[in-house]
Design a protein around this ligand. Structure first.
Ligand code: ADP
Ligand code: MG
Length: 291
């Protein structure tokens, strides 16, 4: 039986009178990668900072490993590797000094994993942290989040500032973590970014989870784009009764929910110049949720 490692129940956070998050409930199972998707300002970082108890929740419940989280639970915090969206590192230290410092907090020997991560993420340990570009600081942040081999990883927009090759490297690292049984919460404002590695996705809008589903279900959401060029567009529109995605002159793109057989039956007598049925790109699916 799968077991929830992170569970949020009606989590709410107001900053004084302004909304941070309104109602966030979600469940993340052991060994899953959970994509936490939403546009800027939707409440991803607020949710994550509340889980990390960096800020106080207004109401709702947070469970980690089945146990309600208390504000100063050091043991739970140690089981989590956290990458904040805006990293704030000690500028004056070199990366090496910073990693040494972090390592000194642990009884266990972290040096092997640290070395692996530094190599995989191509981190230059000799530069001062303050002199690093945003992307390079992010990589240092990732080494810090991962090097103590936590059971849970919470990564807030981990790839912002990373080039595509580094994004792939990170995804490979995360898939290996998943194999080891690590549970991962991964926030992003782009669905495409996580679609290849996520098991489940939750969409947040204006501080509320508006949809949650398995990635495999989202990928097969059953509609397509149907593009038609014809001088009988108006008649076709009336006949098909489908929603219109785009229209320009005698070219139209429908949001198609009909089967190919139904389409052939309905369209056979029209004068059609061009017809194309296309998969809906994930990004468009994403936009449709936010309409
Ligand atoms: P996301 O990470 O999805 O971009 P945030 O959690 O940062 O979203 O923001 C959610 C909402 O909370 C936004 O309206 C934002 O302006 C507000 N907010 C975030 N942090 C603070 C803060 N420290 N004080 C006041 N409002 C905040
Ligand atoms: Mg954020």
């Amino acid at each position: 039986m799968s077991k929830s490692i992170i569970e949020l129940k009606h989590l709410k956070k107001y900053y004084d009178t302004s909304r941070g998050i309104e109602d966030v409930s979600l469940k993340i199972d052991k060994g899953d990668i959970y994509g936490f998707i939403g546009p800027n300002g939707s409440g991803k970082s607020t949710t994550i900072r509340t889980i990390m108890t960096l800020i106080n929740k207004t109401s709702g419940e947070i469970y980690i490993n089945g146990k309600e989280l208390e504000f100063d639970d050091v043991k739970v915090k140690r089981s989590i590797g956290y990458l904040p969206s805006e990293i704030n590192l000690y500028d004056d230290m070199t990366t090496k000094e910073l990693l040494d410092y972090h390592e000194s907090f642990y009884k266990e020997d972290l040096s092997k994993r640290r070395k692996e991560l530094v190599k995989l993420l191509k981190v230059d340990e000799n530069k001062k942290v303050g002199a690093l570009s945003l992307g390079n600081q992010k990589k240092v942040g990732l080494v810090l989040a991962l090097m103590h081999e936590p059971e849970i990883l919470i990564l807030d927009e981990p790839t912002s500032g990373l080039d595509p090759i580094m994004q792939n490297t990170l995804h490979d690292i995360l898939l290996k973590e998943k194999e080891k049984g690590t549970t991962i919460l991964y926030s992003s404002h782009v669905l495409n970014e996580v679609s290849n590695i996520c098991d489940k996705v939750g969409f947040i809008k204006d501080g509320i989870i508006i949809k949650e589903d398995l990635m495999e279900n989202i990928k097969k959401e059953n509609y397509t784009y149907l593009k038609i060029i014809s001088n009988e567009i108006d008649k076709i529109k009336k006949d098909l009764k489908l929603k219109v995605h785009k229209e320009l002159n005698n070219e139209i793109v429908f949001i198609n929910t009909l089967t190919p057989k139904e389409l052939i039956t309905k369209l056979k007598d029209y004068n059609i110049e061009h017809l194309l049925i296309e998969e809906v790109p994930l990004e468009d699916l994403f936009i449709n949720y936010y309409k």
